[in-house]
Design a protein around this ligand. Structure first.
Ligand SMILES: *Cc1c(COP(=O)(O)O)cnc(C)c1O
Length: 389
C-alpha cells in the first residue's frame, strides 16, 4: 500500500494517491514468514485455548513491563473490567476517570453498576488533571457515593501523572487502575507503563502500538493475590479444580493464535517504538511553528498511538488533507459526558472545560512505525499549505 503510493508519488504520476492512516501491511511484510510459521505451529499442535504460547507470551509481557504478573485476556476492555470485578467494585462506588478518553474506560465502571465520575484533563498532556481528580473526590464525599477507584488513561501513548495521582489515591484509599491501552511500552522515569499503578490494563487491538490480528488484551500487577483472582475471573471464576466455580467470572481468554502472533510482534516492538519516536520528532520539526504540536512531559516517553495536533479550524484542515489523499482522525469528537450513554453521570465540580475544548480542536495525523520520510514530508507540506491558506 505505502510502497505503491510512494512509487506513484516519485514517478510524479499521482501525488494524490491515498495513504493509510495506520499501515499494518508494512509491518506484516517485515515479519510475515515468522508470523506464518507461528500460526502454522498452533494450527498443528491444536491447543487453541490456553496453549503453550499463552503462558510464553505472559512471561514475556511481564518481563517487558517489569511487573510480576501479566495476565492475558480477550480484549483491553476486559483487562479493565476484570480487576474492578476482582476488587468487588460495584453499586454505590464512584470510579474517577478522564472525560476525554475512549468509551471503554467509562463502560467498565458502568457495567459493574458503579458510577463513573468524569474528571477534567491537563491542557498540555491531555491526561487526567490531578487537581480536578482531588476536587472530584472531595465533592463526591459530600454525597452518598463511596470513592473507590481511579482509572487514569495514558492518552495517545503518554503516561498520565502517576506520582501525583497515586499519592492522592493512597491518601484517599482508592484503587488505581492504569488504562495503558494506548501506551504499552512507554516510560515514566525508569518504569514502563503497566508498572505505574497497583494494577494496569492494555489492549492489543490491531491499531494499538502493539496489536494482534484480532482482539486481545492483558492486565498487570505485582500483587500475587489480586493476580490469582484475576486469573480465576478470566476463566469463568474457576477455582482450584476445573469444575469448582468460586465466583462469577467471564470467558475472557486470549486465543493461542493471537498469543503466538504477539510473541513475534513483541520481538520487534522496541525497534518500532524507536521508529515511532523518530516520526514524531519529524512531525514536531515540520509543524511546531504553525500548529500546537504534542508535548511529552519531562522524564516521560510516548509510544505515539496517535500524533495529535490542536488547530483552530480542524474541519478545514481535515478536508484539505483528505483532498490530497491524506487521512486524519478525531480522537475524540465528544467528551464522554456528551455521549448519550453517560450524560447522567457526574462531572468534576468545576466541570470539564479543558476536555470540552480539546474535543473541538484535536486532529490526529497518520502515525505508524513504517511511515517513511518521503511520505511524511508530503503530509507535512500538505498541512503547512492548508494552514497557510
Ligand atoms: C482501545 C482502548 C480500550 C479498549 O481496548 P479494546 O481492546 O478495544 O477492548 C480501553 N481504553 C482505551 C483508552 C483505549 O484506547
Amino acid at each position: 500500500m505505502a510502497s505503491s503510493a510512494e512509487a506513484n508519488a516519485s514517478a510524479g504520476e499521482n501525488t494524490h494517491a491515498p495513504i493509510p492512516f495506520i499501515d499494518l501491511q508494512a509491518q506484516r511484510r517485515r515479519i510475515a514468514d515468522k508470523i506464518e510459521a507461528a500460526v502454522q505451529r498452533v494450527i498443528e499442535h491444536g491447543a487453541y485455548i490456553m496453549g503453550p504460547e499463552v503462558a510464553e507470551l505472559e512471561e514475556k509481557l511481564a518481563a517487558f513491563a517489569g511487573v510480576r504478573h501479566a495476565i492475558s485476556c480477550a480484549n483491553g476492555t476486559d483487562a479493565l473490567l476484570i480487576p474492578l470485578m476482582a476488587k468487588g467494585i460495584g453499586p454505590g462506588d464512584a470510579v474517577f476517570l478522564p472525560a476525554f478518553t475512549f468509551t471503554a474506560t467509562a463502560e467498565v465502571a458502568a457495567l459493574i453498576g458503579a458510577t463513573p465520575v468524569f474528571v477534567d484533563v491537563d491542557p498540555v498532556s491531555f491526561n487526567m488533571d490531578p487537581q480536578s481528580l482531588a476536587a472530584s473526590i472531595a465533592e463526591t464525599r459530600k454525597g452518598s457515593l463511596r470513592p473507590a477507584a481511579v482509572i487514569p488513561v495514558d492518552l495517545f501513548g503518554q503516561p498520565a501523572d502517576y506520582p501525583s495521582i497515586n499519592a492522592i489515591a493512597e491518601e484517599q484509599g482508592l484503587l488505581v487502575l492504569e488504562d495503558a491501552a494506548q501506551s504499552f511500552g512507554a516510560r515514566l522515569g525508569a518504569a514502563r507503563t503497566c508498572a505505574l499503578a497497583e494494577v494496569a490494563a492494555t489492549s492489543f487491538f490491531p491499531a494499538k502500538p502493539l496489536g494482534c490480528y484480532g482482539d486481545g488484551g492483558a492486565l498487570f500487577t505485582d500483587d500475587d493475590a489480586l493476580a490469582d483472582l484475576c486469573r480465576s475471573i478470566r476463566q469463568h471464576g474457576q477455582g482450584g479444580h476445573k469444575y469448582d466455580i468460586d465466583r462469577v467470572g467471564l470467558n475472557s481468554r486470549m486465543d493461542t493464535l493471537q498469543a503466538a502472533i504477539l510473541i513475534e510482534k513483541l520481538a520487534i516492538f522496541d525497534d518500532e517504538i524507536e521508529r515511532r519516536q523518530r516520526i514524531a520528532e519529524r512531525y514536531d520539526e515540520g509543524l511546531r511553528d504553525i500548529a500546537t504540536t504534542p508535548v511529552v512531559a519531562e522524564g516521560a516517553t510516548s509510544t505515539w498511538a496517535q500524533y495529535t495536533l490542536q488547530v483552530a479550524d480542524r474541519d478545514a484542515l481535515a478536508a484539505a488533507l483528505k483532498a490530497q489523499g491524506i487521512p486524519t482522525a478525531i480522537y475524540y469528537p465528544r467528551t464522554l459526558s456528551r455521549q448519550q450513554a453517560y450524560r447522567a453521570f457526574p462531572k468534576a465540580p468545576d466541570g470539564i472545560p479543558v476536555a470540552e475544548r480539546l474535543s473541538q480542536s484535536v486532529l490526529s495525523l497518520p502515525m505508524h512505525p513504517y511511515l517513511d520520510a518521503e511520505l511524511q514530508a508530503r503530509i507535512v507540506a500538505a498541512v503547512r499549505a492548508a494552514v497557510a491558506a
